[in-house]
Design a protein around this ligand. Structure first.
Ligand code: UDP
Length: 226
């Protein structure tokens, strides 16, 4: 892709990730943090793969003057996530809507900072229109624990699902929150959708899709008559 961009003089977006910070040693995470990644852990292919993509893009930009924009995307959620993608927001919503137990890994005191997809897309569009060459954090600095997330989803769905604890996966980062000073000053960007508003829109979408997938499996008898 870098070769192609060089040939056609395109700007390329490297969709990187907060995972480049690993289990971060600084909080919140600014772009200057080099990260704390286990190179051989279960998350290593993703983390190191993205770190390698950044390294290649930056070297290529230096050598061939290709316009590279690097977004370090923090946890993002919103309508149209797959029910079974295994991420925490989709898991908690699906479990709550089905009345199944909400699975919190570990004690649930680990934190993440969730950005609604529309905010993220706005940030990406602004980044591509800017002349900024280094990596840039894009995410919502509103940090919450997984216990807090579970209770918000439970309340917003009106669910009475129980909360159960399961083992914490290896190398699960303890705290994650973006420092978005750079995006604020260079792009004039900051997220606008609160976690509760974003979750409500996402829950609505899951509710309608889960309803229609049940309808597809069991079509109403009138459908047979048409
Ligand atoms: N998590 C959880 N229950 C789940 C799925 C995930 O408690 O059913 C936790 C997970 O251990 C992590 C956090 O939620 O601490 C976010 O997980 P996710 O996979 O969504 O994102 P990432 O860890 O890549 O930031």
């Amino acid at each position: 892709m870098l070769d192609l961009c060089r040939e056609v003089r395109a700007t390329i977006l490297i969709a990187s990730t907060s995972e480049v910070y690993g289990d971060p040693l600084e909080h919140p995470q600014a772009e200057s943090h080099w990260g704390n990644v286990n190179p051989i852990g279960p998350r290593a292919c993703y983390d190191e793969g993205k770190r390698c993509a950044e390294a290649l893009a930056v070297s290529y930009a230096r050598q061939y003057n290709v316009a590279v924009r690097i977004a370090r995307i923090f946890n993002t959620y919103g309508p149209r996530m797959l029910e079974d993608d295994g991420r925490v927001v989709s898991n908690f919503i699906t479990q709550s809507l089905r009345g199944k137990p909400i699975t919190i890994f570990g004690r649930g005191t680990q934190t993440r900072s969730f950005c609604y997809v529309d905010d993220l897309v706005d940030g990406l569009v602004r980044l591509m229109a800017s002349a900024h060459e280094g990596p840039m954090n894009l995410g919502n600095p509103d940090e919450c624990t997984m216990l807090d997330l579970a209770s918000r989803v439970r309340t917003l769905t009106g669910s009475s699902s129980a909360i159960v604890h399961q083992p914490l996966p290896a190398d699960d980062p303890v705290r994650r929150r973006p420092d978005i000073t750079l995006a604020r000053s260079i792009l004039g960007w900051a997220p606008r959708i609160s976690l509760d508003d974003g979750l409500a829109m996402t829950i609505e979408d899951f509710r309608s899709r889960m309803g229609s997938s049940r309808a597809e499996q069991h079509p109403p008898s009138s459908a047979a008559l048409s």
